[in-house]
Write a protein that binds this ligand. Structure first.
Ligand SMILES: [Zn+2]
Length: 415
């Protein structure tokens, strides 16, 4: 997954980050799936809560999407201030017992999104606005975020917690959304777009075991179709590796093969229009994380494109969605010269990102020591971990703290 390139003029923010020594894999590491949006209408039991946006108080329903475990809250459409790119504070309440919450923001094509601020449970700030002046901004919030978040174009998810740090999410939460676009001169411009914000909350302890559904979305790359895939030796081997990796933490992987009408060659560039178009092609798949297999995934550079093994639609990706802008992961099936086949590890690695895992540490850079994740048991620099920044054929280990993030994911179902 390592991106190596000749540095020249920087045409995109991603490239500029590489030039600065911040690896695009931070973003790269970030992409995932295909699905239609969650039903906006509450289903099953609902409990009324108070919420308000733009200064108006309204009754909002916390919709139960998975009985007793996962709840969904639609905060509606929110306008960003074109002068600052920021929304007004938007408040919502989460019930006692909330174990984790994911805030998803969706906006127009080309608008990059992240949370500018998040105050939890009427208490401390989980995200402080000063992060935008930080060294990894706007790609990644490190110092200003109790729990790390990565920006994405068109659709972004911020998750708390994604590390074993104390947090109280119950009670009043308040967020401010931030959006921007890139000018042709690679300058960040505040966006005045209207965005939609939803919240998914898990109100139960992490599962000790569970089932994770994935859809392997076939673009026709390699001549592989949904009908052929189950008996395709390389695909079968990759699926076996994915199952082996997650079985080690008692997560059973359920696989569905789906044909999609999408490009087989995609670029990873500043606005990721190829990627979002790819992910949107997966709206018809069943509930599960969409894993798109393409022939090639290339980082757009000023020089020759750089081959990438995979990309996730977020860290984490959109919750229980298919067909939205960042709903999926993409993995290239083209074997690079002299490289072993790591397709199964690459798929599992991107799923790891999609469920909320960052690299154990980012690659060395001229900026200083590599940026490490917020977990204490991931063995920084050890290439045996699934989330090693450049996954190898043997990069299969998921640590206890990484497993805790996965077991808390809204994607995990009772087995
Ligand atoms: Zn990665």
């Amino acid at each position: 997954m390592r991106i190596v390139r000749q540095l020249g003029q920087f045409a995109s923010p991603c490239i500029r980050l590489v030039a600065q020594g911040v690896v695009c894999l931070l973003i790269t590491a970030v992409a995932i799936a295909c699905t239609g949006p969650l039903a906006a209408t509450p289903d099953g039991d609902t409990s009324a809560i108070d919420g308000h946006g733009d200064g108006q108080t309204q009754e909002l329903a916390l919709a139960e999407t998975t009985p007793g475990r996962l709840f969904h809250l639609d905060l509606g459409e929110i306008a960003l201030d074109p002068l600052t790119g920021s929304s007004k504070p938007v408040a919502f309440s989460l019930p006692t017992g909330t174990a984790s919450a994911a805030v998803t923001t969706s906006g127009p094509t080309g608008v990059h999104l992240a949370l500018l601020r998040w105050q939890s449970g009427g208490g401390p700030y989980l995200i402080v606005p000063s992060w935008l002046a930080g060294p990894f901004a706007p790609a990644l919030c490190v110092d200003g975020c109790t729990f790390r978040q990565a920006e994405r174009p068109e659709q972004q998810v911020a998750l708390a917690p994604n590390a074993p740090l104390p947090v109280n999410l119950a009670g009043k939460n308040e967020i401010i959304v931030y959006g921007y676009t890139w000018s042709t001169a690679a300058k960040r411009l505040p966006s005045g777009a209207t965005v939609r914000v939803t919240v998914d909350a898990v109100l139960a302890p992490p599962l000790s075991k569970g089932r994770l559904s994935i859809n392997i979305c076939l673009t026709g790359a390699g001549g592989i179709t949904a009908a052929l895939a189950p008996n395709h030796a390389r695909i079968a081997e990759a699926v076996a590796v994915v199952r082996e990796i997650f079985a080690a933490i008692a997560v059973d992987i359920a696989v569905t093969f789906v044909d999609v009408n999408a490009a087989q060659f995609v670029r990873h560039d500043a606005d990721d229009s190829d990627i979002t178009e790819l992910f949107k092609s997966g709206a018809h798949s069943p509930l599960g994380i969409n894993v798109f297999l393409v022939q090639e995934l290339n980082l757009e550079t000023d020089g020759a494109p750089q081959a990438m093994s995979g990309l996730s639609g977020g860290i984490p990706g959109p919750i229980r969605q298919r067909g939205s802008a960042q709903a999926g992961v993409v993995v290239a099936i083209k074997l690079q010269p002299g490289q072993p086949d790591r397709l199964g590890v690459a798929i599992a690695h991107e799923i790891g990102h999609y469920l909320g895992l960052f690299h154990t540490e980012e690659p060395p850079s001229a900026r200083g020591p590599p940026l490490a994740d917020q977990l204490t048991d991931t063995g920084k620099g050890e290439d045996g971990n699934l989330m090693y920044w450049s996954p190898q054929a043997h990069s299969k280990v998921i640590t206890a703290q990484q497993a805790a993030v996965i077991r808390q994911s809204p994607w995990l179902d009772l087995d």
